[in-house]
Design a binder for this molecule. Structure first.
Ligand SMILES: Nc1ncnc2c1ncn2[C@@H]1O[C@H](COP(=O)(O)OP(=O)(O)O)[C@@H](O)[C@H]1O
Ligand SMILES: [Mg+2]
Length: 476
């Protein structure tokens, strides 16, 4: 018999909830009724726009075994089992803490301005090869995602990896205290969510809150090439951590990048881990992936994993959806390569993506086309930061820029006319122009903050390609 994720007694104990029955168990936890699987516990969270209590009946209809609620929903009276608590958010956090307390696993927390999800997924790939591993889904990294991801952790895991995110000071500390990591990684400090901070030093201070939850004897793994290296080191020292390790190109780092070869679709690098030399090969392009993998290998070493085995597992890495996935699509007269970076964008991530585009191998007549949507939450520096990407377009020899949204207009105006392919205030208005322009042998990068809806353009290119494929097939 498989052991359930939670028994009723354990849930009632952890949450101080009241329930008339104790003869049930659950195998999963969900807060979104659309992702419910049979046998789940549904937690009815009150959000700013929506109240989960309205979805309890639908959660039961979708197979939930029980629901954690702070009031009895009217329409769920004849449904499944209800657990009544004072506050469902606190109850979910309590369940998360109980989950953390009962495992005997090595726990890794990942934060940083960019690269959290990529690093977490890479850790999941290499550690799954070494023992039972649990990790947060997607970017579930806030006050809902972190306790939920904890509550979903099987009791017999050997490794677990959690993504921790924040938009404001004071958010990361409590999340880290819930996770109690043995190792905390800070991938990078860069301008993202700058709207809520004075400068990147303030962002560094907010990221350093992750040290607050590190367990006794635990370690921090920091970026040696960051301009805030000294500041971060000071915060780490103040937190009294047993070990503070660095990864990067700067000399004297525990995880040291000696040599790197960037190719259009992959990278090779020579790395030392505490002096031991390792040759690594990654099936994903871009320096940023090598940087993230340095942190991955450092964390494997710090949690007592097998680094050589981890190096061998790196061939399994994949770019997470919307973060650099490359695909070949059909267009009139042939095919072109699309780089899907439509999931999000901050200045450092756009620069990283343009570097990858710059390195792409081109066949004759092909053009490098960047289709960029607004970067959001950059505060008063928005105009300047967008315009400054003009240098990156020329350095990486990008042939054409399609700019989308009021912020990207500043970049459009800052580039020289041969690069100015097109501008529109929304992706809906830009899509036809891009469809008309793309031709065989081009490479097209699509990137923007999620809110800039660049996926509209991606979807249109994919749809066009599918139609052309169908026509070809019919004609064959
Ligand atoms: N170390 C890094 N430096 C610069 N850019 C990066 C780095 N890691 C990832 N990126 C870029 O940032 C984007 C978002 O990556 P992701 O792993 O989803 O970050 P997060 O979870 O922190 O938002 C990717 O599409 C990639 O272009
Ligand atoms: Mg993320």
């Amino acid at each position: 018999m498989t052991i359930p994720l939670w028994t009723a007694d354990e849930i009632l104990d952890a949450t101080k909830g009241k329930c008339s029955r104790a003869d049930w168990t659950v195998d999963g936890v969900a807060i979104d009724n659309r992702t419910i699987e049979a046998g789940d516990l549904f937690i009815a969270i009150k959000g700013p726009n929506d109240d989960g209590h309205a979805y309890v009946a639908s959660a039961f209809a979708n197979g939930a075994t029980a629901a954690l609620v702070s009031e009895i929903p009217e329409n769920a009276a004849d449904g499944g089992i209800l657990v009544l608590v004072d506050d469902t958010q606190s109850a979910m956090e309590a369940l998360g803490r109980a989950s953390r307390a009962r495992v005997d696993a090595q726990i890794i927390a990942v934060t940083g301005s960019v690269g959290k999800t990529g690093t977490k997924e890479a850790l999941a790939v290499v550690l799954s090869d070494q023992g039972k591993t649990h990790w947060s889904v997607g970017s579930y990294n806030n006050h809902w995602g972190v306790p939920l991801s904890l509550a979903r952790m099987p009791r017999d895991v050997e490794f677990a990896i959690f993504e921790l995110g924040m938009n404001h000071s004071g958010e990361l500390g409590p999340l880290s205290k819930m996770v109690e990591p043995h190792v905390a990684i800070i991938t990078t400090i860069a301008a993202a969510h700058l709207e809520f901070f004075k400068d990147t030093s303030e962002i560094a201070a907010a990221k350093a809150e992750i040290f607050e939850g590190i367990t006794r004897g635990g370690a921090a793994l920091l970026n040696a090439d960051s301009e805030h290296r000294e500041l971060m080191k000071r915060f780490a020292r103040e937190a009294n951590l047993a070990r503070v390790w660095h990864f990067g190109e700067a000399p004297d780092t525990e995880i040291n990048l000696k040599n790197i070869t960037l190719k259009p679709q992959s990278s090779d690098a020579l790395v030392t881990i505490q002096g031991h030399i390792k040759q690594i090969s990654l099936p994903v392009p871009g320096r940023h992936w090598v940087q993230n993998v340095l942190a991955v290998l450092g964390a494997v070493e710090l949690v007592g994993g097998d680094v050589d085995k981890a190096v061998r597992a790196l061939h399994l890495l994949k770019a997470p959806s919307g973060r650099g996935v490359q695909m070949t699509l059909e267009c009139e007269g042939g095919s072109f390569v699309l780089v899907d970076e439509s999931y999000n964008a901050s200045p450092i991530a756009v620069q990283a993506a343009l570097k990858v585009l710059g390195k792409m191998e081109m066949s004759k007549g092909g053009r490098k086309i960047a289709v960029l949507g607004d970067m959001r939450e950059l505060g008063e520096k928005t105009t300047e930061i967008h315009a400054s990407l003009a240098n990156d377009l020329s350095e990486n020899e990008i042939d054409m820029l399609y700019a989308c949204g009021p912020n990207m207009k500043h970049l459009f105006n800052a580039v020289s006319p041969p690069r100015q392919a097109g501008y529109a205030s929304s992706s809906d208005e830009l899509v036809e122009d891009v469809l008309r322009t793309v031709q065989a042998s081009d490479v097209v990068l699509i990137k923007g903050s999620l809110g800039s809806k660049m996926k509209v353009i991606l979807d249109a290119l994919i749809k066009q390609s599918e139609m052309l494929r169908a026509v070809k097939k019919a004609g064959a």
